[in-house]
Design a protein around this ligand. Sequence first.
Ligand code: UDP
Ligand code: MG
Length: 240
Amino acid sequence: MNTERKEISVVIPVFNEEKNLFPLYERLISVLNSLNKDYEIIFVDDGSRDKSLAVIREIKKINPRIKIIKFKRNYGQTFALDAGFRNAKGKIIITMDADLQNDPEDIPKLLKELETSDVVCGWRRKRKDPIFKKFSSSLANSVRRFILKDEILDIGCTLRAYRREALEKIKLFNGMHRFLPLLIEYEGFKVKQIEVKHHPRFSGKSKYAFHRRLVKPFLDLWIVFWMKKNWLRYEYEYID
Ligand code: UDP
Ligand code: MG
């Protein structure tokens, strides 16, 4: 990761979100300006086939604090987040979706809770999604909580704030961005959750069909189960 520090990096994965990006930028920037902190916004274009990249370039012309990372093709959300993390200069790293389902106005609340923790996860209590998505998400959260015995209410919510030290400890694999708060917890860091707002997708389509939404995360769950069981946790002391 880069050495010159900023206070906050906002990392946003983007795949075919052309109509969402400018409204997102405008709402995000008004929140970030109100915080009075040194920030950067990193848009990671995950191989968009629409005009997303052109829109992000326009935004960068207005605001030099925008960074753009462009993938050669569509790799997936974990890859985009990972590239954002590796290029982030922030002591605090915030992730959110590009489709305005997450609300930038929740960022100050996340930052407040992060004062006493290492990761703050959003909980979309009032989901504004189609019924199938709400049902599958609630089923997946219950099954996972039962197997991993964890307390995360909404593992699918990307609106989160991380302390950089916590993120730096974790190696990501495809699909693992969902489980990141748990991996960070296994590493000994403190995780908190807060209720956040949720909105219907502003424009465009969801990128997750049945397999990507349920089957792959269910298989990944067993990897995390194994990781939890085999995580190296030990205490030691030096003897002179
Ligand atoms: N996304 C991405 N690459 C992908 C799939 C999704 O960068 O291959 C981004 C997408 O543009 C959005 C976020 O990840 O900013 C979440 O995707 P989406 O809104 O489709 O997920 P959902 O809300 O339906 O779970
Ligand atoms: Mg979405």
